[in-house]
Design a protein around this ligand. Sequence first.
Ligand SMILES: [Zn+2]
Ligand SMILES: [Zn+2]
Length: 276
Amino acid sequence: MVEFLLLHEPVTRLSVFLAVLGLMALWEIWTPRRRIEVPRVLRWSNNLALVVVDAIALRLVFPVVAVGLAVVVQERGWGLFNLLNWPLWLEITIGVVVLDFAIYLQHVTFHHVPFLWRLHRMHHTDTEIDVTTGLRFHPLEILLSMAFKLILVVILGPAAIAVLIFEVVLNASAMFNHSNISLPKRVDAFLRLVIVTPDMHRVHHSVDPVETNSNYGFNVPWWDRLLGTYIAQPRAGHDEMDIGLHQFRTQRDLWLDRMILQPFRRDTAQNKRSKK
Ligand SMILES: [Zn+2]
Ligand SMILES: [Zn+2]
């Protein structure tokens, strides 16, 4: 099974991606959380085109990506996990949790280091939030996070299957927690004990800077709670809150070319305000 999944890595990823994207899209239509004002076709076509650009950029820059490197690291016996002879299930569990914590720290860093914020703020300038927002990252951010992940893989030496599970789960949970679905309050409260829910992550997309700089977690909600970056609900309420940043709010800013050029555009006073 493990070998089968690793051998068919691209198909595994693509199938889960398409299945979750389709499921969340239907769920959003079935029971939407907020009214979406911007035409869906505009955001969807550009956000999904960006996913293709990101995939091409990764392919061009890195000859080997995280799962492939984990196989090499394992073969050569490098990394912490390869020194310890732990059972696979324990290695997978710890590997996934440690990688998730590392991605949390990376996300906090992208908010607080000015040149990294320029790249990451593009994720925040979507003026609506739905399943495709979870896929909307600048190609340079994607490349930097892959570089970070590759370094982690060499240091930790997690089983390749742990890295594959982590990446597939991260991709799926990003689509889930950005989705515009309405969950009953009780269900949301229960799920929040173990995973980041859409209501929890929506706070992170608020124009209010205090809320933008909270709820950094992608998979598990524990890091925000432990490290004091957790805000339970948006001050203005989920229906009334404004999504995005104070700048880049025109429909033209949602086009692919503008998204890619956005980090190189002048940092306006308004943006500085929204960052703090
Ligand atoms: Zn963020
Ligand atoms: Zn987000």
